[in-house]
Design a protein around this ligand. Structure first.
Ligand code: NDP
Length: 295
């Protein structure tokens, strides 16, 4: 049996529509417009595409969108000055600094300069810590999108074996923490893990966040497992063209898995949708109002 394709793009569209409904409600009832600021330093082509996309969906949802671009040789002080201005701007509820930053800028220092209440990426140490101990926190958008897809597809995740391949602060670790909070038995794998194929074969839920094109092969996947492929890798094809693939070899894995996210069209659109969700959450919390429930 071929695996069910988990359509993240379609699900993300429903999330974005719900957010648009919440934004309309906040405007009409409280005269508040959620605002998101995205800071881009330099000219990395992939980052430019992401930022353009984020700006577009923010505006489509009816929110205020501010894009701040700094030259690639911007100093750390200049980046911090922008963050400080946004921290103090009452019309901005969410601040996202597009990573990676150029080498002269200390990423951790910039992330931790963002007001944790406006940290819609959820990378600030306060938010990482709060999430780790189970307090209300801004949760990073990609893991939040992944856990939502998993709960949507499986329902109760309690007792399932989950393997997360990758231990980055922005995907692997928060993903593992969310799975643990859902009572999964979680293993985090990384580049020093022994017998990775064997470990992956134990997974009812397999999350790949590695950044290596099609590294996870079909025979690493347990029969019927749910596979979430976070990886976004551009590979060269014939004729000087390129295409996007995940960290999982989709054609092989779909022969074993019960369900699997495609790349593109899986986790990527969910990440952007949950950026909007986090911005509405930040806006409501800062104004001390309930998050509107929109079907
Ligand atoms: P990082 O480079 O920060 O982390 C990669 C992780 O993979 C590390 O923990 C590393 O281990 C591990 N790893 C590398 N090689 C191997 C290997 N051979 N075997 C086992 N583990 C390995 O990447 P990110 O977490 O930032 O991103 C991962 C992928 O997800 C990328 O393709 C990225 O583009 C994509 N991504 C997609 C998003 C989306 O919206 N869909 C959002 C964010 C990222 P170690 O720690 O030991 O070095």
């Amino acid at each position: 049996m071929v695996a069910e394709r988990i359509d993240g793009k379609a699900y993300a569209q429903t999330v974005r529509e719900r957010v648009a409904g919440q934004v309309a409600f906040l405007k009409s009832k409280y005269d508040i417009t959620p605002g998101l600021a995205v800071v881009l330093v330099g000219e990395d082509p992939a980052s430019q595409v992401y930022v353009r996309n984020k700006n577009k969906v923010t505006v489509e949802a009816g929110m205020k969108s501010e894009e701040i671009r700094l030259e690639k040789d911007a100093t750390q002080a200049e980046v911090l000055a922008v963050v400080d201005r946004l921290n103090n701007d009452p019309t901005i509820h969410g601040i996202l600094v597009q990573l990676p930053l150029p080498p002269q800028v200390d990423e951790m220092a910039v992330i931790n300069a963002i007001d944790p209440a406006k940290d819609v990426d959820g990378f600030h140490v306060i938010n990482s810590g709060r999430q780790a101990v189970g307090l209300d926190a801004m949760v990073p958008c990609t893991p939040l999108g992944c856990i939502t897809l998993l709960k949507e597809r499986i329902g109760d995740l309690s007792g399932l074996n989950a393997v997360v391949v990758g231990r980055s602060n922005i995907v692997g670790k928060p993903m593992a923490s969310l799975l643990l909070a859902e009572n999964c038995t979680v293993t985090i794998a990384h580049s020093k893990t022994k017998d990775l194929p064997g470990l992956c074969r134990t997974a009812d839920i397999l999350v790949a966040a590695v950044g290596r094109p099609e590294m996870i092969r079909g025979d690493w996947v347990k029969d019927g497992a749910t596979v979430i492929d976070v990886g976004i890798n551009r590979i060269e094809t014939e004729g000087g063209k390129s295409r996007l693939v995940g960290d999982v070899c989709y054609p092989e894995a779909e022969q074993k898995a019960g369900a699997i996210t495609p790349v593109p069209g899986g986790v990527g659109p969910m990440t952007i949708a949950f950026l909007l969700v986090n911005t509405v959450t930040a806006c409501c919390r800062s104004n001390n109002i309930e998050i509107p429930e929109i079907e």
